[in-house]
Design a protein around this ligand. Structure first.
Ligand code: DGL
Length: 249
């Protein structure tokens, strides 16, 4: 599994719950995060390099646990590594739009995710049914990278971004894998009127389907394993990764 940093651990939690017998190798590129404010070419190059590094270690499948890296690089990855399944992510607009016909759906994501073609296509599919409001929130990535899941500064930032939607939003899509770690703080600011959606469980199910199709699922008697690695290879970073993996919200 790969993410620009620690966010993809929210997806790892879902995969582990669904497929506890698998052996997971998670690599977060925190030394280069955030990706969402970089250029497309940069993100594509970093993603190809990082997945290449994991591929060389003999992985049977790759999960791009990052909406930003997926929009920038999923096609290039599938071309470069055609012999393994590559599972990507996109903001969970579909379930949100289908559950709130005629409603207003916020999509919180990185600037790169929101300006890429993949998201434009996704919006085109659902814009007749709901009012879609894309909201770039790159700073939220950095709060999570610092392990700051609750703070006054975070509250201020969220109020600034979300207060005006408190009354009108029916749903908010957490379209960046860092954001589920801020679910409680986001919920507090948006109120209970907006349902929150993220793509973690959908990605876990899609990974399970892809593995099953290729007969790659771990045998039932294999004991599961998680290895957390990070380009910012410090004790502090690894402790923060372990802490985030233990979070249940
Ligand atoms: N976690 C990533 C995503 O899902 C992006 C974070 C970043 O900007 O580095 O989009």
């Amino acid at each position: 599994m790969f993410d620009s940093g620690l966010g993809g651990i929210s997806v790892l939690r879902e995969l582990r719950a669904l497929m506890p017998n698998e052996r997971y190798l998670y690599f977060g590129d925190s030394a280069n995060a955030p990706y969402g404010t970089r250029t497309l070419e940069d993100v594509r190059a970093l993603t190809l390099r990082n997945i290449g590094m994991l591929y060389d270690r003999g992985i049977k499948a790759a999960v791009i646990a990052c909406n930003t890296a997926t929009s920038a690089a999923v096609s290039a990855l599938r071309e470069r590594f055609p012999d393994i399944p590559i599972i990507g992510m996109e903001p969970a607009l579909k379930p949100a739009a289908l559950a709130h016909p005629g409603g207003t759906v916020l999509v919180l994501a990185t600037p790169l995710t929101l300006r890429e073609e993949k998201f434009s296509h996704l919006m085109e599919q659902y814009r007749d049914g709901v009012r879609i409001v894309p909201l770039a929130c790159p700073e939220l990535v950095e709060f999570v990278e610092r392990g700051e899941l609750e703070s006054e500064a975070l509250g201020r930032y969220l109020h600034e971004k979300l207060d005006r939607y408190r009354a009108g939003a029916d749903a908010a899509v957490l379209g960046c894998t860092h954001f589920p770690f801020l679910r409680a703080a986001i919920r507090r600011v948006l109120g209970d009127g907006a349902a929150l959606y993220d793509g973690g469980l959908g990605t876990a199910r899609q990974t399970q389907r892809q593995l099953a199709l290729r007969d790659l699922l771990a045998p039932a008697d294999q004991s599961g394993e998680v290895s957390l690695e990070n380009s910012q290879n410090s004790q502090k970073e690894l402790e923060l990764s372990t802490f985030l993996l233990s979070q249940t919200t």
